[in-house]
Design a protein around this ligand. Structure first.
Ligand SMILES: [Zn+2]
Length: 202
């Protein structure tokens, strides 16, 4: 369906929304629904360079820290402790946006509709290039070398061969098909919506 002919009796014309914007709207909504403790946990686990501007810049150069803007570095630098304010909540949003990497446009659209039933926009934009999980075969991990040692959110397979997973790939695949994770102990860690979020290998 083209956006042009999607006219709901003249009352609502379907607009297009860029996937980056969609991710941001969802992340802000999710941030607002987190408790203070949950927000602090995200900040402490993911922004461990609080108060150290040189450290962040160095880590970005080394590639061990995500490429973030100068503005964001300034914000982290000015936040000696991860207390909650509009700025640090911005970091939580940033973290949540990052968690929506590789999800399909359809997932974003469905999610926005669940937040607001009147939402009718169509999401456009190319999905980021993701790596294929060898176990569940969803495009759910980082691409190429970046995806080495990534743990798949859909099935919990660690992308580093059979060793770190303590089982054969064949067994993990069998378990995933049978009950939805590489083994029963991992069931609590998989993303229950994982299969709806990502594209599966055809
Ligand atoms: Zn997987």
């Amino acid at each position: 369906m083209d956006a042009d002919d999607a006219d709901f009796g003249g009352f609502y014309k379907v607009e297009l929304m860029n996937r980056e914007e969609a991710k941001k709207v969802i992340a802000v909504y999710e941030m607002q629904n987190l408790s203070s403790d949950e927000k602090l946990e995200i900040l402490e686990c993911n922004y461990w360079f609080f108060g150290d501007k040189e450290g962040i810049t160095e880590a970005i150069e080394e590639g061990s820290y995500p490429e973030i803007s100068e503005d964001l570095i300034e914000i982290i630098d000015k936040t000696p402790d991860p207390f909650l304010n509009a700025e640090s909540e911005g970091l939580v949003v940033d973290y949540l946006v990052n968690g929506l990497k590789y999800v399909t446009n359809l997932y974003l659209q469905t999610k926005l509709k669940s937040i607001n039933p009147n939402f009718k926009d169509k999401i456009f934009g190319e999905v980021e290039r993701a790596g294929l999980c060898p176990c569940c075969e969803y495009y759910s991990i980082d691409y190429g070398e970046d995806g080495l040692w990534d743990i798949c959110p859909v099935c919990f397979w660690e992308n580093g061969g059979e060793g770190p997973n303590h089982m054969t790939l064949e067994q993990a695949k069998f378990n995933f098909e049978k009950f939805g994770a590489i083994n029963k102990d991992s069931l609590g860690f998989v993303d229950k919506n994982g299969a709806k979020k990502y594209c599966r290998k055809e």
